[in-house]
Design a binder for this molecule. Structure first.
Ligand code: SF4
Ligand code: SF4
Length: 388
Protein backbone atom coordinates (compact mmCIF):
# COMPACT_ATOMS: atom_id res chain seq x y z
CA UNK A 1 0.00 0.00 0.00
CA UNK A 2 1.07 3.59 -0.67
CA UNK A 3 2.75 4.74 2.55
CA UNK A 4 0.99 8.11 2.42
CA UNK A 5 -2.40 6.44 2.66
CA UNK A 6 -3.81 6.32 6.16
CA UNK A 7 -4.41 2.74 7.33
CA UNK A 8 -8.05 1.91 7.98
CA UNK A 9 -7.27 0.77 11.52
CA UNK A 10 -5.11 3.04 13.65
CA UNK A 11 -4.11 0.57 16.31
CA UNK A 12 -1.17 -1.50 17.38
CA UNK A 13 -2.39 -4.43 15.24
CA UNK A 14 -2.20 -2.56 11.93
CA UNK A 15 -0.10 -4.64 9.56
CA UNK A 16 -0.48 -7.75 11.73
CA UNK A 17 -2.63 -10.77 10.76
CA UNK A 18 -6.30 -9.95 11.50
CA UNK A 19 -6.39 -12.72 14.10
CA UNK A 20 -4.26 -10.62 16.47
CA UNK A 21 -6.75 -7.77 16.65
CA UNK A 22 -9.62 -10.21 16.92
CA UNK A 23 -7.96 -12.19 19.68
CA UNK A 24 -7.26 -9.01 21.64
CA UNK A 25 -10.91 -8.00 21.25
CA UNK A 26 -12.24 -11.37 22.41
CA UNK A 27 -9.81 -11.54 25.32
CA UNK A 28 -10.93 -8.04 26.33
CA UNK A 29 -14.59 -9.07 26.23
CA UNK A 30 -13.78 -12.15 28.29
CA UNK A 31 -12.05 -10.01 30.89
CA UNK A 32 -15.25 -7.96 31.12
CA UNK A 33 -17.01 -11.17 32.14
CA UNK A 34 -18.61 -12.09 28.81
CA UNK A 35 -18.89 -15.71 27.73
CA UNK A 36 -17.45 -16.70 24.35
CA UNK A 37 -19.31 -18.91 21.88
CA UNK A 38 -17.10 -20.73 19.37
CA UNK A 39 -18.77 -21.28 16.00
CA UNK A 40 -17.90 -22.98 12.74
CA UNK A 41 -20.41 -21.62 10.30
CA UNK A 42 -22.30 -18.57 9.07
CA UNK A 43 -25.56 -20.34 9.96
CA UNK A 44 -24.87 -19.85 13.70
CA UNK A 45 -27.44 -17.17 14.61
CA UNK A 46 -25.20 -14.50 16.11
CA UNK A 47 -28.19 -12.33 17.11
CA UNK A 48 -29.10 -14.87 19.81
CA UNK A 49 -25.48 -15.05 20.99
CA UNK A 50 -25.34 -11.25 21.27
CA UNK A 51 -28.78 -11.10 22.93
CA UNK A 52 -27.34 -13.23 25.76
CA UNK A 53 -24.44 -10.76 26.06
CA UNK A 54 -21.98 -13.32 24.71
CA UNK A 55 -19.30 -12.94 22.02
CA UNK A 56 -19.17 -15.16 18.91
CA UNK A 57 -15.73 -16.41 17.84
CA UNK A 58 -15.22 -18.05 14.45
CA UNK A 59 -13.18 -21.24 14.89
CA UNK A 60 -12.70 -22.18 11.22
CA UNK A 61 -8.95 -22.45 10.64
CA UNK A 62 -6.83 -21.80 7.57
CA UNK A 63 -3.34 -22.92 8.55
CA UNK A 64 -1.45 -25.69 6.82
CA UNK A 65 0.60 -26.09 9.99
CA UNK A 66 -2.01 -28.08 11.92
CA UNK A 67 -3.03 -30.46 9.11
CA UNK A 68 -0.38 -33.10 9.85
CA UNK A 69 -1.42 -33.66 13.44
CA UNK A 70 -5.10 -33.75 12.39
CA UNK A 71 -4.33 -36.49 9.87
CA UNK A 72 -3.28 -38.76 12.73
CA UNK A 73 -7.03 -39.02 13.42
CA UNK A 74 -8.87 -37.68 10.39
CA UNK A 75 -8.61 -39.01 6.83
CA UNK A 76 -6.08 -37.19 4.62
CA UNK A 77 -8.70 -36.78 1.87
CA UNK A 78 -10.84 -34.46 4.00
CA UNK A 79 -11.40 -30.73 3.54
CA UNK A 80 -8.38 -28.78 4.86
CA UNK A 81 -10.65 -26.39 6.75
CA UNK A 82 -11.87 -29.25 8.94
CA UNK A 83 -8.43 -30.79 9.31
CA UNK A 84 -6.80 -27.47 10.17
CA UNK A 85 -9.52 -26.58 12.70
CA UNK A 86 -9.31 -30.00 14.33
CA UNK A 87 -5.50 -29.93 14.30
CA UNK A 88 -5.52 -26.70 16.31
CA UNK A 89 -7.80 -28.30 18.87
CA UNK A 90 -5.89 -31.56 19.34
CA UNK A 91 -2.59 -29.69 19.53
CA UNK A 92 -4.19 -27.28 22.02
CA UNK A 93 -2.94 -24.28 20.03
CA UNK A 94 -6.18 -22.51 19.10
CA UNK A 95 -6.56 -19.51 21.43
CA UNK A 96 -10.12 -18.94 20.19
CA UNK A 97 -11.12 -22.50 21.09
CA UNK A 98 -9.42 -22.14 24.49
CA UNK A 99 -11.37 -18.94 25.15
CA UNK A 100 -14.69 -20.49 24.11
CA UNK A 101 -17.11 -21.52 26.84
CA UNK A 102 -19.62 -23.12 24.47
CA UNK A 103 -19.34 -24.41 20.90
CA UNK A 104 -22.18 -24.21 18.38
CA UNK A 105 -22.17 -26.54 15.37
CA UNK A 106 -24.60 -27.10 12.52
CA UNK A 107 -25.34 -30.12 10.34
CA UNK A 108 -23.80 -28.67 7.19
CA UNK A 109 -21.26 -31.07 5.67
CA UNK A 110 -20.43 -34.60 6.83
CA UNK A 111 -16.84 -33.81 7.77
CA UNK A 112 -17.84 -31.03 10.14
CA UNK A 113 -20.63 -33.12 11.69
CA UNK A 114 -18.25 -35.95 12.52
CA UNK A 115 -15.58 -33.54 13.80
CA UNK A 116 -18.16 -32.10 16.20
CA UNK A 117 -18.53 -35.57 17.73
CA UNK A 118 -14.78 -35.70 18.36
CA UNK A 119 -14.50 -32.24 19.89
CA UNK A 120 -17.63 -32.61 22.03
CA UNK A 121 -15.39 -34.35 24.56
CA UNK A 122 -13.42 -31.14 25.04
CA UNK A 123 -16.05 -28.38 25.41
CA UNK A 124 -19.82 -28.10 25.90
CA UNK A 125 -21.12 -28.38 22.35
CA UNK A 126 -24.59 -27.91 20.89
CA UNK A 127 -25.32 -29.02 17.32
CA UNK A 128 -28.20 -27.47 15.39
CA UNK A 129 -30.01 -29.57 12.80
CA UNK A 130 -29.90 -27.34 9.71
CA UNK A 131 -32.66 -27.92 7.13
CA UNK A 132 -30.93 -28.41 3.78
CA UNK A 133 -33.93 -27.93 1.51
CA UNK A 134 -34.37 -24.21 2.17
CA UNK A 135 -37.28 -23.74 -0.23
CA UNK A 136 -39.55 -26.30 1.46
CA UNK A 137 -42.33 -24.57 3.35
CA UNK A 138 -41.51 -26.23 6.68
CA UNK A 139 -37.81 -25.21 6.55
CA UNK A 140 -38.34 -21.84 8.24
CA UNK A 141 -40.29 -23.32 11.16
CA UNK A 142 -37.89 -26.25 11.52
CA UNK A 143 -34.90 -23.91 11.68
CA UNK A 144 -36.77 -21.58 14.04
CA UNK A 145 -37.30 -24.61 16.29
CA UNK A 146 -33.55 -25.28 16.25
CA UNK A 147 -32.85 -21.64 17.09
CA UNK A 148 -35.27 -21.89 20.04
CA UNK A 149 -33.50 -25.06 21.19
CA UNK A 150 -30.17 -23.26 21.01
CA UNK A 151 -31.64 -20.40 23.04
CA UNK A 152 -32.88 -22.90 25.64
CA UNK A 153 -29.44 -24.52 25.70
CA UNK A 154 -27.85 -21.14 26.44
CA UNK A 155 -30.49 -20.45 29.10
CA UNK A 156 -29.69 -23.74 30.85
CA UNK A 157 -25.94 -23.20 30.59
CA UNK A 158 -25.97 -19.60 31.76
CA UNK A 159 -28.98 -19.82 34.10
CA UNK A 160 -30.24 -16.69 32.40
CA UNK A 161 -33.33 -15.90 30.32
CA UNK A 162 -33.60 -13.40 27.50
CA UNK A 163 -36.70 -11.57 26.32
CA UNK A 164 -38.03 -11.05 22.79
CA UNK A 165 -37.12 -7.37 23.25
CA UNK A 166 -33.47 -8.31 23.78
CA UNK A 167 -33.53 -10.45 20.64
CA UNK A 168 -35.18 -7.60 18.75
CA UNK A 169 -32.41 -5.25 19.88
CA UNK A 170 -29.76 -7.73 18.69
CA UNK A 171 -31.54 -7.93 15.31
CA UNK A 172 -31.48 -4.14 14.94
CA UNK A 173 -27.84 -3.95 16.06
CA UNK A 174 -26.83 -6.62 13.55
CA UNK A 175 -28.78 -4.95 10.75
CA UNK A 176 -27.08 -1.64 11.48
CA UNK A 177 -23.68 -3.36 11.39
CA UNK A 178 -24.61 -5.00 8.07
CA UNK A 179 -25.56 -1.61 6.63
CA UNK A 180 -22.19 -0.18 7.61
CA UNK A 181 -20.38 -3.22 6.21
CA UNK A 182 -22.34 -2.82 2.98
CA UNK A 183 -21.12 0.79 2.72
CA UNK A 184 -17.52 -0.41 3.13
CA UNK A 185 -17.96 -3.02 0.38
CA UNK A 186 -19.27 -0.22 -1.85
CA UNK A 187 -15.73 1.19 -1.91
CA UNK A 188 -14.50 -2.12 -3.36
CA UNK A 189 -17.20 -1.87 -6.02
CA UNK A 190 -15.83 1.46 -7.22
CA UNK A 191 -13.90 1.49 -10.43
CA UNK A 192 -11.05 1.58 -9.57
CA UNK A 193 -11.54 0.29 -6.00
CA UNK A 194 -10.22 2.25 -3.02
CA UNK A 195 -9.95 -0.67 -0.60
CA UNK A 196 -7.84 -3.82 -0.87
CA UNK A 197 -8.98 -7.39 -0.28
CA UNK A 198 -6.65 -7.57 2.75
CA UNK A 199 -8.26 -4.52 4.30
CA UNK A 200 -11.74 -5.94 3.68
CA UNK A 201 -10.63 -9.21 5.25
CA UNK A 202 -9.27 -7.37 8.32
CA UNK A 203 -12.57 -5.58 8.84
CA UNK A 204 -14.64 -8.72 8.24
CA UNK A 205 -12.63 -10.71 10.82
CA UNK A 206 -13.43 -8.19 13.55
CA UNK A 207 -17.03 -7.60 12.49
CA UNK A 208 -17.81 -11.31 12.74
CA UNK A 209 -17.35 -11.04 16.53
CA UNK A 210 -17.89 -7.42 17.55
CA UNK A 211 -21.35 -5.89 17.78
CA UNK A 212 -23.12 -2.67 18.75
CA UNK A 213 -21.02 0.16 20.12
CA UNK A 214 -17.94 -2.08 20.02
CA UNK A 215 -17.97 -1.90 16.22
CA UNK A 216 -20.08 1.05 14.95
CA UNK A 217 -17.51 3.79 15.73
CA UNK A 218 -14.74 1.74 14.09
CA UNK A 219 -16.78 1.10 10.96
CA UNK A 220 -17.88 4.74 10.75
CA UNK A 221 -14.26 5.84 11.11
CA UNK A 222 -13.23 3.43 8.34
CA UNK A 223 -15.95 4.78 6.05
CA UNK A 224 -14.74 8.35 6.70
CA UNK A 225 -11.18 7.31 5.81
CA UNK A 226 -12.36 5.60 2.64
CA UNK A 227 -14.22 8.77 1.69
CA UNK A 228 -10.98 10.70 2.20
CA UNK A 229 -9.26 8.27 -0.14
CA UNK A 230 -11.87 8.92 -2.80
CA UNK A 231 -11.47 12.67 -2.41
CA UNK A 232 -7.69 12.41 -2.64
CA UNK A 233 -7.95 10.35 -5.84
CA UNK A 234 -6.38 7.26 -4.31
CA UNK A 235 -7.17 3.93 -5.88
CA UNK A 236 -6.09 0.44 -5.00
CA UNK A 237 -4.28 -1.56 -7.65
CA UNK A 238 -3.13 -0.61 -11.09
CA UNK A 239 -5.52 1.54 -13.13
CA UNK A 240 -7.39 -0.74 -15.55
CA UNK A 241 -6.34 -3.90 -13.65
CA UNK A 242 -8.69 -6.85 -14.31
CA UNK A 243 -11.31 -6.95 -11.56
CA UNK A 244 -11.71 -10.36 -9.95
CA UNK A 245 -14.60 -11.74 -7.93
CA UNK A 246 -13.62 -14.76 -5.84
CA UNK A 247 -16.49 -17.05 -4.87
CA UNK A 248 -16.72 -20.51 -3.27
CA UNK A 249 -15.34 -22.01 -0.06
CA UNK A 250 -14.24 -19.84 2.86
CA UNK A 251 -10.79 -18.28 2.33
CA UNK A 252 -8.34 -17.05 4.94
CA UNK A 253 -4.79 -17.63 6.21
CA UNK A 254 -2.88 -20.01 3.93
CA UNK A 255 -5.83 -20.24 1.51
CA UNK A 256 -5.47 -16.50 0.88
CA UNK A 257 -2.67 -17.54 -1.49
CA UNK A 258 -5.33 -17.32 -4.19
CA UNK A 259 -5.84 -13.58 -3.56
CA UNK A 260 -2.08 -13.02 -3.60
CA UNK A 261 -1.61 -14.95 -6.84
CA UNK A 262 -4.39 -12.94 -8.53
CA UNK A 263 -2.77 -9.69 -7.48
CA UNK A 264 0.73 -10.86 -8.47
CA UNK A 265 -0.73 -11.59 -11.90
CA UNK A 266 -1.88 -7.98 -12.17
CA UNK A 267 -5.51 -8.37 -11.13
CA UNK A 268 -7.37 -6.70 -8.31
CA UNK A 269 -9.64 -8.71 -6.02
CA UNK A 270 -12.80 -6.64 -5.61
CA UNK A 271 -15.35 -9.08 -4.20
CA UNK A 272 -14.92 -11.73 -1.52
CA UNK A 273 -17.98 -13.95 -2.01
CA UNK A 274 -17.50 -16.48 0.76
CA UNK A 275 -18.13 -17.05 4.44
CA UNK A 276 -14.87 -15.29 5.31
CA UNK A 277 -16.02 -12.51 3.03
CA UNK A 278 -19.27 -10.68 2.51
CA UNK A 279 -21.69 -13.57 3.04
CA UNK A 280 -22.32 -13.02 6.75
CA UNK A 281 -23.31 -9.40 6.21
CA UNK A 282 -25.60 -9.73 3.21
CA UNK A 283 -28.97 -10.53 4.79
CA UNK A 284 -30.96 -8.76 7.46
CA UNK A 285 -33.57 -10.23 9.77
CA UNK A 286 -36.90 -8.43 9.55
CA UNK A 287 -37.35 -5.91 12.36
CA UNK A 288 -40.51 -5.59 14.50
CA UNK A 289 -41.92 -8.87 13.20
CA UNK A 290 -44.47 -10.95 15.12
CA UNK A 291 -41.79 -13.46 16.10
CA UNK A 292 -38.11 -12.39 16.12
CA UNK A 293 -36.90 -16.00 16.07
CA UNK A 294 -38.86 -16.76 12.90
CA UNK A 295 -37.43 -13.58 11.45
CA UNK A 296 -33.89 -14.79 12.30
CA UNK A 297 -34.69 -18.22 10.84
CA UNK A 298 -35.77 -16.68 7.52
CA UNK A 299 -32.62 -14.58 7.38
CA UNK A 300 -30.21 -17.47 7.90
CA UNK A 301 -31.94 -19.75 5.41
CA UNK A 302 -31.10 -17.16 2.75
CA UNK A 303 -27.36 -17.91 3.13
CA UNK A 304 -26.38 -19.49 -0.19
CA UNK A 305 -24.18 -22.36 0.98
CA UNK A 306 -23.58 -25.36 -1.27
CA UNK A 307 -24.81 -27.64 1.53
CA UNK A 308 -28.31 -26.49 0.50
CA UNK A 309 -30.20 -28.12 -2.33
CA UNK A 310 -31.19 -26.59 -4.58
CA UNK A 311 -28.94 -23.62 -3.83
CA UNK A 312 -30.67 -21.18 -6.18
CA UNK A 313 -29.75 -18.19 -4.05
CA UNK A 314 -26.05 -18.63 -4.85
CA UNK A 315 -26.76 -17.87 -8.51
CA UNK A 316 -29.04 -14.96 -7.56
CA UNK A 317 -26.37 -13.55 -5.24
CA UNK A 318 -23.70 -14.02 -7.88
CA UNK A 319 -25.82 -12.06 -10.36
CA UNK A 320 -26.17 -9.26 -7.78
CA UNK A 321 -22.43 -9.26 -7.17
CA UNK A 322 -21.64 -9.21 -10.89
CA UNK A 323 -23.91 -6.24 -11.37
CA UNK A 324 -22.38 -4.41 -8.42
CA UNK A 325 -18.67 -5.30 -8.62
CA UNK A 326 -18.42 -5.58 -12.42
CA UNK A 327 -15.74 -8.29 -12.46
CA UNK A 328 -13.73 -9.22 -15.55
CA UNK A 329 -13.02 -12.64 -14.07
CA UNK A 330 -14.62 -14.98 -11.57
CA UNK A 331 -12.54 -17.47 -9.63
CA UNK A 332 -14.49 -20.29 -8.00
CA UNK A 333 -12.23 -21.44 -5.18
CA UNK A 334 -12.96 -24.98 -4.00
CA UNK A 335 -11.20 -26.60 -1.08
CA UNK A 336 -10.02 -30.13 -1.81
CA UNK A 337 -12.60 -32.77 -0.78
CA UNK A 338 -15.39 -30.20 -0.42
CA UNK A 339 -17.75 -32.17 -2.63
CA UNK A 340 -20.71 -29.81 -2.44
CA UNK A 341 -18.81 -26.70 -3.63
CA UNK A 342 -16.89 -28.81 -6.13
CA UNK A 343 -20.03 -30.20 -7.77
CA UNK A 344 -21.84 -26.87 -7.59
CA UNK A 345 -18.95 -25.25 -9.46
CA UNK A 346 -20.26 -26.87 -12.66
CA UNK A 347 -23.52 -24.90 -12.41
CA UNK A 348 -21.74 -21.70 -11.42
CA UNK A 349 -19.34 -21.94 -14.35
CA UNK A 350 -22.12 -22.74 -16.81
CA UNK A 351 -24.22 -19.82 -15.56
CA UNK A 352 -21.33 -17.37 -15.89
CA UNK A 353 -20.35 -18.57 -19.37
CA UNK A 354 -23.94 -18.60 -20.65
CA UNK A 355 -24.96 -15.22 -19.30
CA UNK A 356 -21.86 -13.04 -19.23
CA UNK A 357 -18.74 -12.19 -21.16
CA UNK A 358 -16.64 -12.84 -18.05
CA UNK A 359 -13.73 -15.25 -17.66
CA UNK A 360 -14.44 -18.13 -15.25
CA UNK A 361 -11.77 -20.18 -13.55
CA UNK A 362 -12.30 -23.02 -11.09
CA UNK A 363 -9.43 -23.67 -8.71
CA UNK A 364 -9.35 -26.72 -6.44
CA UNK A 365 -6.70 -26.37 -3.77
CA UNK A 366 -5.70 -26.86 -0.16
CA UNK A 367 -3.60 -24.86 2.30
CA UNK A 368 -0.21 -26.08 1.10
CA UNK A 369 2.20 -24.16 -1.12
CA UNK A 370 2.74 -27.13 -3.44
CA UNK A 371 0.34 -25.92 -6.17
CA UNK A 372 1.11 -22.21 -6.09
CA UNK A 373 3.03 -22.20 -9.39
CA UNK A 374 0.41 -24.32 -11.11
CA UNK A 375 -2.37 -21.96 -9.93
CA UNK A 376 -0.29 -18.97 -10.96
CA UNK A 377 0.05 -20.34 -14.50
CA UNK A 378 -3.71 -20.87 -14.79
CA UNK A 379 -4.58 -17.45 -13.35
CA UNK A 380 -2.09 -15.71 -15.64
CA UNK A 381 -3.37 -17.58 -18.70
CA UNK A 382 -6.98 -16.60 -17.87
CA UNK A 383 -5.99 -13.01 -17.29
CA UNK A 384 -4.24 -12.86 -20.65
CA UNK A 385 -7.59 -13.66 -22.28
CA UNK A 386 -9.08 -10.56 -20.59
CA UNK A 387 -6.24 -8.40 -21.74
CA UNK A 388 -6.28 -9.84 -25.29
S1 SF4 B 1 -19.45 -22.45 3.40
FE1 SF4 B 1 -21.39 -23.25 4.22
S2 SF4 B 1 -20.79 -24.73 5.78
FE2 SF4 B 1 -19.00 -23.44 5.36
S3 SF4 B 1 -19.13 -21.76 6.88
FE3 SF4 B 1 -20.18 -21.08 5.04
S4 SF4 B 1 -22.34 -21.55 5.37
FE4 SF4 B 1 -21.14 -22.77 6.81
S1 SF4 C 1 -15.37 -26.02 2.79
FE1 SF4 C 1 -16.87 -27.62 2.28
S2 SF4 C 1 -16.10 -29.52 3.18
FE2 SF4 C 1 -14.97 -27.80 4.09
S3 SF4 C 1 -16.07 -27.38 5.99
FE3 SF4 C 1 -16.91 -26.01 4.41
S4 SF4 C 1 -18.67 -27.10 3.50
FE4 SF4 C 1 -17.43 -28.59 4.69
Amino acid sequence: MDKSIEPLFNDEYTGEPPTKRLLAFIQGEREKGKNVVGMYCSYAPSEIIHAFGMVPAVLCAFSNGTIKIAEETLPANLCPLIKSSYGFIVSDTCPFFSLSDIIIGETTCDGKKKMFELISEKKPLHVMDLPQLPDEKEAVLNWALMIRKMKNYFQDMLKKEISDEEIEKAIKDTNRKNTLMGKIFDYAAMSPPVISWAEQYDIIALAQSAAGEDIYPKLEDIIAKLENRVESGYCYGREGAPRVLVTGCPIGGDAAKIYKIIEDAGGVVVALDSCMGMKMFRNNAEEESDDPIVSISKKYLKIPCSCMTPNKRRIEELDNFIEKFKPDMIVDFVLQACHSYNIESHKIGRHVRDKYDIQFLKIVSDYSESDIEQIRTRVEATMEKINA
